[in-house]
Design a protein around this ligand. Structure first.
Ligand code: NAD
Length: 365
């Protein structure tokens, strides 16, 4: 496996391969950048088809966290962990304790939290071995479930996109298609419904779709149709790579603004969206509400008002990106990437990495 030659390696600072024979743990911790502070990002548990696939996922996700944390104005770098295994069958206390010891071994350079396949109770076990954990329900600064904050930030981003693209000050009567009614999608529907938007929804879980129809008066459509519906806003809140060469030409919505991670299948898809006059809210900017909330916990003194201010600011950051993209004739994803890279580079030039880790790690609860 060529780690340095992997196309997703992209200047990572450190990649740790973790193996514990007793518990069967096989994990990869990728630290993309610590220029802005300790590398923070969740831990995913997934049955990867190969070790290469797991490595690529860890590398792509950790770079995404560097950009997300930079654009959210957090004193955090970017990292991510993946545990190779079936989240339904392979979990054990020994496995999460072993993972916690590997995180502890990085002495605060990487801070973990929940991601796909990992629950708060799993992280509570990890927290018995290391203090470098966020997203807990217990402890003096516990911040709990990040999803409502992710949904609130996504809602703020949709408002910004509607202002910019449709010149409308509110969402009353606008048609919004929400793909995926999970933790984030459901909370987003609550916010959109309260603002007077008309909801069109799809999920592979029919029960939650029926609940949305009953609760919000939403129209249910099939999972195959939702991306291509004639709506004002398309909000992908389920899977990655939904915006690609095949789907983009068929999208009718003038705005794509949703919470799902890694929505673009490739970097060129941002340009395709622009060519089709679709305003795209870069995913790692609009969905930063959750990590903003977790970051509040990392400082050891959770301050809800400060978290809410930062989540509200997602609106302004996106408006800035949209205006720059128009002005410079570039895609919004390109502009966001450049802005994030600039922030990381500036921090590297100002401080160097070690100083930032030392400074912030002391604050970890
Ligand atoms: P979740 O697992 O709770 O919800 C995902 C939902 O999508 C589920 O209801 C699932 O049935 C549905 N789904 C799966 N495949 C589908 C398909 N083909 N068509 C329609 N629906 C489908 O996850 P979540 O926490 O709500 O996260 C949703 C997305 O937002 C993910 O991409 C996640 O990475 C991203 N995200 C989440 C957070 C957070 O705070 N939870 C933060 C940032 C980004």
């Amino acid at each position: 496996m060529g780690v340095f030659k992997n196309e997703a390696f992209a200047g990572h600072e450190q990649v740790v391969f973790c193996h514990d024979a007793t518990s069967g743990l096989k994990a990869i911790i990728a630290v993309h950048s610590t220029a802005l502070g300790p590398a923070a990002g969740g831990c995913r548990m997934w049955s990867y088809a190969s070790d290469d696939e797991a490595l690529r996922d860890a590398l792509r996700l950790s770079k995404g966290m560097s950009y997300k944390n930079a654009m959210a104005g957090l004193d955090l770098g970017g990292g991510k962990a993946v545990i190779i295994g079936d989240a339904k069958k392979d979990k054990s206390e020994a496995l999460f304790r072993a993972f916690g010891r590997f995180v502890e071994g990085l002495s605060g350079k990487y801070i973990t939290a929940e991601d796909v396949g990992i629950s708060v109770s799993d992280m509570e076990i990890v927290a018995r071995e290391t203090a470098h954990v966020g997203g807990l329900n217990t402890g003096k600064a516990a911040s709990g479930d990040p999803s409502p904050f992710t949904a609130r930030g996504t809602y703020n981003g949709i408002v910004a996109a509607v202002r910019h693209r449709l010149a409308r000050e509110n969402l009353k009567g606008l048609r919004v298609a929400v793909q995926g009614l999970g933790h984030v999608g459901w909370h987003l529907c609550e916010e959109l419904h309260a603002a007077g938007a008309k909801l069109i929804v799809a999920d592979i879980n029919d029960a939650v779709v029926q609940k949305a129809v009953a609760t919000f008066g939403a129209s249910a459509v099939s999972c195959d149709e939702i991306l291509f519906y004639n709506v004002d806003v398309l909000a992908p809140c389920a899977l990655g790579a939904v915006l690609n060469e095949q789907t983009i030409p068929r999208i009718k919505a003038p705005i794509v603004a949703g919470a799902a991670n890694n929505q673009l299948a490739s970097a060129t898809d941002g340009h395709l969206l622009r060519l089709q006059k679709i305003l795209y809210a870069p995913d790692y900017v609009i969905n930063a509400g959750g990590i903003i909330n977790v970051a509040g916990e990392i400082g050891g003194r959770y301050d809800r008002a400060s978290v809410e201010r930062k989540v509200a600011n997602i609106h302004d950051v996106l408006l800035d990106i949209f205006k720059r993209a128009d002005h410079e004739g570039r895609s919004t994803s390109d502009v966001a990437d450049s802005m994030a890279q600039e922030k990381i580079l500036q921090a590297q030039q100002l401080h160097g990495n070690d100083m930032q880790i030392g400074k912030t790690a002391k604050n970890v609860a």
